[in-house]
Design a binder for this molecule. Structure first.
Ligand code: NAP
Length: 264
């Protein structure tokens, strides 16, 4: 291939440069435990500077210590993502401190399960505020520094419930379905600025969220999972690592099920 052809296909024939990914700054919400913790550990291992948001200071400190012991770079921020004003200020502060914000993973989430006849307005609103509104605020705030850097990777944690619905989860499924509309809309708005936005839709993953389920439900769901096991935080973290990588720059507006085949 001659030099002109290289230019046409965007190939850079110059010697290897220092990998830019090492300096990428990544916010992970809900990093204190479960899936968020696995994501934070993975992104730090991949050379990102990780900023973990959550409320439990003790768990955040243990995550910080683990990342630092493994030679990673991180900082932890106590933050209730349900407080939109505070969340926006904390995200802005990260971008200001580092002069950039490259990656945001909106992972923080709660459940308040109940059948619709008994579901209170409060349980509906709480779940929408923490699972959906927080992601909207985070995306809106992160978009500015990402646009300035002409690079961004947004990943929102959806759920199989947001795709196929789930009895007892009208609030949660609504929030997770809403995340898909939010993500596809911002993928269209921000694509021209080098920013991608995608959803990962986990199935049943072994965390505090699913150990809280009655044993009968846990056992009952297994036969419906083609891969015959619950997933792990690392299964989700691997998908996040890909979607937030520089190499995933042509993947946007996608809903990636990581569910052992449950939703197909
Ligand atoms: P988890 O073990 O219950 O952990 C939830 C995380 O979210 C914790 O780090 C928690 O931190 C944080 N969080 C909750 N409310 C918060 C708030 N108001 N402000 C800041 N952080 C908050 O849940 P998980 O299983 O890891 O779930 C993570 C994400 O994956 C959620 O969005 C969930 O909906 C989604 N998901 C999970 C499954 C599953 O099977 N586990 C399946 C589908 C989707 P603090 O308590 O310290 O604040």
């Amino acid at each position: 291939m001659n030099a002109d052809a290289h230019a046409r296909v965007g190939y850079d024939p110059s010697p290897l440069k220092e990998p830019t990914t090492q300096t990428r700054v990544a916010i992970v919400t809900g990093a204190s435990r479960g899936i968020g913790r696995a994501i934070a550990l993975r992104l730090a291992r991949d050379g990102r500077h990780v900023v973990g948001f959550a409320r439990n200071a003790e768990q955040l400190e243990s995550l910080r210590a683990e990342i630092v012991a493994a030679g990673g770079s991180c900082e932890m921020q106590s933050c209730d993502v349900g407080d939109g004003e505070k969340l926006a200020l904390e995200i802005e502060a990260v971008a200001e401190r580092h002069g950039r914000l490259d990656i945001i993973v909106n992972n923080a989430g709660i459940t308040r399960d109940g059948l619709i006849l008994r579901m209170s307005d409060e349980d509906f609103d709480d779940v929408l505020r923490v699972n959906l509104r927080s992601a909207f605020v985070a995306c809106r705030t992160a978009a500015r520094p990402m646009m300035r850097g002409r690079f961004g990777r947004i990943v929102n944690l959806g759920s199989v419930s947001g795709i196929v619905g789930n009895a007892g989860q009208a609030n949660y499924a609504t929030a997770k379905a809403g995340l898909i509309g939010l993500t596809k809309s911002i993928a269209k708005e921000l694509g021209g600025k080098g920013i991608t936005a995608n959803v990962i839709a986990p199935g049943f993953i072994d965390t505090d969220m699913t150990t809280a389920l009655p044993a009968a439900i846990r056992e009952g769901v297994l036969p419906a999972i083609p891969l015959k096991r619950f997933g792990t935080g690392d299964d989700i973290a691997a998908a996040v690592a890909y979607l937030t990588s520089d190499e995933a720059g042509y993947v946007t507006g996608h809903v990636l099920s990581v569910d052992g085949g449950l939703a197909m």
